[in-house]
Ligand binder design. Structure first.
Ligand code: HPA
Length: 267
């Protein structure tokens, strides 16, 4: 819970400002599995800070998930914080650890947050592997929430309609969908995938929703983008494989980077 988590984020923000020699930042991006190369397209790196050098951060447990904050100047002159790697709930470090980066970004002055992830596609009829999908809403089946106590946050529009419209001006063909989050680290069973299709989900993954809730608590405007790396379990006849999820991310990172770079300068 707790006030401590928020003050730890305040300390991390102070350390980040001092390491970057900047007072504030315009936007933060959290890059999911395989998105590391996309970060290169966002702009020129001013500084790169290891998570381990900031209070409250832990190096990500999963190979391929990075572990630094890149401070970037975009071509349009914005300052962006790019989180290369994130903490997942399945690592067992608790909810506060999962949202620490978002709270740190908010405490450092960021007003806009871009959350990216790799996801299983629940609609293979209309989705192709490698497609980006704008998150229009979410279903939180993690059983967790970053907020404890009587803070009743409105979640009617977690993922900003304004920001989605803006991305569609850049890429008119991009689809929208509802992201469902499980705790993981197991992938879903085919029965769970059928359930999620019935419930109105379009993508499934193990991240993003807790960060989005923490961001709304902090008053940030949120853009969410999923990269469909595989059809959900049982939809393709093939078993799921973490290496393949990372590989699809790597293969399509350039396209994602170009889209995000254009978006960031207009947010
Ligand atoms: N399920 C959950 N998380 C994922 C998947 C999936 O199929 N693909 C990438 N992340």
């Amino acid at each position: 819970m707790t006030k401590d988590a928020y003050s730890l984020a305040g300390e991390a923000a102070a350390a980040l400002r001092s390491a970057a020699a900047l007072d504030t930042f315009d936007v933060a991006l959290v890059m999911g599995s395989g998105w590391v190369p996309a970060a290169d397209a966002i702009g020129e790196t001013l500084t790169e800070i290891a998570f381990s050098d900031l209070p409250g951060f832990r190096a990500p447990a999963v190979a391929g998930h990075g572990g630094t904050i890149r401070v970037v100047r975009t071509p349009g002159g914005r300052t962006a914080l790019i989180f290369l790697g994130r903490t997942h709930l399945y690592e067992g470090l608790g909810v506060d650890a999962v949202v620490h980066g978002v709270r740190t970004a908010a405490a450092a002055g960021v007003r806009t947050l871009v959350l990216t992830n790799a996801a299983g596609g629940l609609r293979p009829e209309t989705q192709d592997v490698g497609d980006p999908v704008l998150i229009s809403d979410h279903i939180n089946l993690t059983g967790a929430n970053p907020i404890t106590g009587t803070t009743f946050i409105d979640l009617t529009e977690v993922y900003s309609r304004r920001l989605r419209d803006l991305v569609r001006e850049i890429d008119p063909g991009i689809a929208e969908g509802v992201y469902v989050a499980f705790r993981g680290p197991t992938y879903e069973t085919p029965a769970e995938i059928r359930m999620l299709r019935t419930l109105g989900g379009d993508m499934v993954g193990m991240s993003t929703v807790l960060e989005a809730i923490a961001a709304r608590e902090a008053g940030l405007e949120v853009l969410g983008v999923s990269l469909v790396t595989n059809p959900g379990a049982g939809l393709s006849g093939e078993p799921l494989n973490h290496e393949e999820v990372l590989e699809v991310g790597r293969a399509t990172a350039a396209r994602m980077g170009v889209l995000l770079a254009k978006a960031v300068d207009r947010l």
